[in-house]
Design a binder for this molecule. Sequence first.
Ligand SMILES: [Zn+2]
Length: 181
Amino acid sequence: MMYKTHLATSIAAGVVVSKVLSFPFTIGYLSGVVIGSLLPDIDHPRSFIGRRFIVLSKAINKEFGHRGLTHSLIFWLILSVLLSAHINYFTLGVSFGYLFHIFGDFFSRSGVPLLLPYDKKRFKSFITYKTASFSELVIFYFSIFIGLFFILNNEIISPLIESSSDLMRNLLQIVISLLRK
Ligand SMILES: [Zn+2]
């Protein structure tokens, strides 16, 4: 799956989850989902995130290969336990985004090694798409549609706007206090 499809599917899934579990869709949560949905592909030096952390990416790729340990549910579980030490909407978003990425790749033809390091077997859904194909494009637009459908709903958009303006206000205060020094 291409990074933009991971972003679109993860944000759409993130919106739906926040609605179903009824917690506010804040800017912190949204940023977490975005980062989490890109993280697993750090094992590919030419991926969107890999190119930005090239040294780390090459090291991980050399050790585990692409779609290795970073695409394992066991790894996700460990990451989530570590994140839960600082539980907030951002870390919750990272955990969900990461899981949605693995889930997205589970539907691709090459599948994902869900049980690494215990089992190298790659698992995939019985319905799959080919990366960068027309079906992936359909998934991309469908996710944008679902995402917008929910985000433009008042219940979702107001906490997002509120938390964004809170964040901006805090950042502004930090800048002002730094300038005063
Ligand atoms: Zn991936």
